[in-house]
Design a protein around this ligand. Sequence first.
Ligand SMILES: NC(=O)c1ccc[n+]([C@@H]2O[C@H](COP(=O)([O-])OP(=O)(O)OC[C@H]3O[C@@H](n4cnc5c(N)ncnc54)[C@H](O)[C@@H]3O)[C@@H](O)[C@H]2O)c1
Ligand SMILES: N[C@H](CO)Cc1c[nH]c[nH+]1
Ligand SMILES: [Zn+2]
Length: 427
Amino acid sequence: MKKIYNPNRNSWSEILKRPTQTVADIEDIVLQVFDEIKKEGDQAVDRYTQKFDQVSLDNILVSSEEIEQAKELVSQELKDAIQLAKSNITVFHAAQKTNKISVDTNVGIECWQEKRPIQKVGLYIPGGTAPLFSTILMLTIPANLAGCEEIVLCSPPNREGKIHPAILYTADLCGVTKICKVGGIQAIAGMTFGTETIPQVYKIFGPGNQFVTVAKQLATKFGVAIDMPAGPSELLVVADDTANASFVASDLLSQAEHGKDSQVILVSTSKTMIDQVEEEIIKQVNVLPRKEIAEGAIANSKLIYVESNMEAIELINEYGPEHFIVCVEDEDFYIDKIVNAGSVFIGNYTPESAGDYASGTNHTLPTNGYAKQYSGVNLDSFMKSMTFQKISEKGIQTIGNAIELMAEAEGLQAHKNAVTLRLESLK
Ligand SMILES: NC(=O)c1ccc[n+]([C@@H]2O[C@H](COP(=O)([O-])OP(=O)(O)OC[C@H]3O[C@@H](n4cnc5c(N)ncnc54)[C@H](O)[C@@H]3O)[C@@H](O)[C@H]2O)c1
Ligand SMILES: N[C@H](CO)Cc1c[nH]c[nH+]1
Ligand SMILES: [Zn+2]
């Protein structure tokens, strides 16, 4: 990991660059896949599954027999762990429900806001290098709580044309309507345009690698909504001498092992802590089964020394990390001042992995600096706010003249008439 001491503010944007490819880099291939899948449907899906996943499938739909087999293959111990996570995620997301908001803005003018579910949603579950069945909990639980009617799930098949049993088990447990064995750009195109097998949806959710993320971003050009750009995982830890260097290193490696295009950063006001974390990383990475992937991400990562907490928080807000761990004496300073982060983890006993799996918060979060403008997935992501109003005779008499004047000033006579006719009927 590259060590940087007291970086000059002018160099922050260069130092904090992500290693991922952008829309401009991947756009051509995404638009080509979109175009062919829009025109040819399943046939083009199969062609790209052969190209990018090295397998061809007669039927991409998961059958009930495959689900029954998967249930047998998942151990009771893992099923119990999934149940614990499901329960905590349900409790946290159910608490996000809001009541109808109703106000009389004037006498006789009642305005209110209510939420309604998005009827058809599509969930992308990553499966390229690791079967992220935990993401199914993160997406189906709020979708079900919101009341979404149709939940379509796409995840890439392996070279034998199969999806990992834990993905199938969890999808079945969480009431997914349809599971399709399709990944990458093909999956996003399928759910955007619809094919003979993949249903078209109104909104696509879920994380993925840079190809999936750029495909989701470009899909919005074709009318589908997305949760957010949730690409290669990233983590920023702020730590001082009160932190535990081995814990910090384990957290950094937990996100580095997601993919070579992940990025992890340590910001510290202690040079000693930076040296200790560096040593620990070297020690811990050697025994990881995904050592090569983690080392790839570490090559993109930084250890940054700054002189004050104020400088640290300004740099962190400039970066806008997906995950932000705070292991410092003055936690409240960072809790109060953080404005750009997907999810915040506080104290030496709050590993980021807790949020990935089982504490209850959602792990589908904005990456690549998008924490500056996007929230992570939550209950509202699966709902729309709708407004309603009911105006009485007294109400239209109160605001009618203002509407007439404003409509006339905008040169919209028909708008004015809709009020004038009613006011005259009340004379
Ligand atoms: N931000 C979040 O909330 C969050 C959560 C979980 C995981 N993640 C990220 O999700 C990602 C999962 O990545 P993954 O690769 O393991 O699985 P994935 O399912 O996202 O991607 C695999 C698919 O990518 C496609 N692909 C691979 N190489 C390609 C190429 N050269 N051209 C076109 N398409 C190609 C293939 O179709 C393959 O099926 C990781 O980067 C991880 O960090 C992010
Ligand atoms: N850390 C990922 C979000 O960036 C989520 C995840 C799933 N499984 C393990 N981790
Ligand atoms: Zn993770």
